[in-house]
Design a protein around this ligand. Structure first.
Ligand code: GLY
Length: 360
């Protein structure tokens, strides 16, 4: 079992730990029982995860003497909305949950964002604990306190920063993850290799084969990197933006595909674009650019944009995001592996050229 501290210098009392290991549910439950953060816990999960893991989690909590009830919400991004948040709040009230209670978010990134958002506003804020069940959520979404719901125009427009009291990442919960979801999560690990710790890229093959020791090591190292970045910039005002490497074009690909391309799959393509753009600008050596693409391919991710996505449409989406951000969208490039820089002068012509280059 590995413990990683997320230190928040602004308010040290809000610092917390990420616990990572295989079969840690009993330890997590007894930590919840001992910590006394809440009198009762609402275990918020979606219909898919409920079928797989809810019974095991509730049993572990009950064995440890933790008072817990489940609240199952419909699965999928389409249900990560303000009306759904109000509906969950109403159900919590009906169940006599009050400010002495907490929420345990059991699920992937959607459940984590949604449940933590409700925790941040219910009775003006109650504790949340994250128990992520996808690789993507274990290495990224569960750490750092970003919460949110979507509006019809865009994702995560309504949200808060609400740090969890703890994150419990049980690697055994990943055993049921379908291949595509697994591979999608691998993209964020490759990202940490590119922006922070290049040796992470060496684990790509073991990650694809889900070798337990490799997975445990890479999840922990990814969380350590994210914890350090969040500690340096909790509110996403500067350094934390490097976590968006590959995401500017990745988000455009994800949305333009109608979300048929998963987040990590789209970010992988976005990372190829960002690496090649870094190379074209004379920042990144060709050999490093190839190493990024090789690592992505080794975990099983596509490194080309499918031809049904047109460069013009992707460019329009990037431009729309740029406009929303007041023309100062941060494009993360790398000057070498492990050396990210934020560029705000990337031109449309550069993006068009790289999109054409990367499209199959
Ligand atoms: N997933 C990016 C962040 O937490 O800032």
């Amino acid at each position: 079992m590995t413990k990683i501290a997320v230190n928040l210098p602004a308010v040290p009392a809000r610092s917390y730990e990420i616990t990572i290991g295989r079969g840690i549910l009993a330890a997590a439950a007894s930590e919840l029982a001992d910590a006394g953060w809440a009198r009762r816990w609402a275990v918020v999960t979606d219909a898919n995860v409920a079928g797989l893991h809810l019974g095991t989690v509730l049993a572990a909590l009950r064995r440890a003497g933790v008072s817990a009830e489940s609240f199952v919400v419909p699965a999928g991004e389409a249900h990560k909305t303000l009306p759904a948040a109000a509906d969950l709040a109403a159900r919590l009230l009906e169940g006599a949950f009050d400010r002495t209670c907490g929420i345990l978010a059991l699920g992937g990134g959607v459940v984590g964002d949604f449940a933590a958002f409700v925790a941040s506003i219910f009775m003006r804020g109650i504790p949340v604990v994250q128990m992520p069940t996808t690789l993507l959520a274990q290495v990224d979404a569960s750490v750092g306190g970003k919460t949110g719901v979507d509006v019809p125009q865009a994702k995560n427009v309504l949200g808060t920063f609400w740090q969890p009291h703890a994150v419990f990442s049980d690697l055994a919960l990943l055993d049921t993850l379908p291949v595509r979801e697994w591979t999608s999560g691998c993209a964020e690990i490759v990202k940490y290799g590119v922006i922070a710790e290049p040796p992470l890229l060496d684990g790509a093959r073991g990650l694809r084969q889900r070798e337990p020791a490799v997975v445990a090591d890479l999840v922990a190292r990814s969380c350590r990197i994210k914890a350090a970045i969040v500690a340096a910039d909790e509110r996403d005002a500067g350094r934390r933006r490097v976590l968006n490497f590959g995401h500017t074009i990745g988000h455009a690909i994800e949305a333009e595909s109608g979300y048929t391309i998963l987040h990590g799959e789209a970010v992988a393509m976005g990372m190829v674009c960002a690496a090649r753009l870094s190379h074209r600008r004379g920042h990144l050596a060709a050999v490093a650019c190839t190493a990024v693409e090789r690592a992505l391919a080794e975990v099983g991710l596509a490194t080309v944009i499918p031809p049904f996505l047109r460069a013009d449409d992707l460019l329009q989406r990037v431009a729309r995001d740029k406009k929303k951000a007041g023309d100062a969208v941060a494009f993360v490039l790398v000057t070498a592996l492990g050396e990210p820089v934020i560029a705000s002068d990337v031109t449309e012509a550069e993006i068009r050229a790289v999109l054409q280059d990367v499209t199959a």
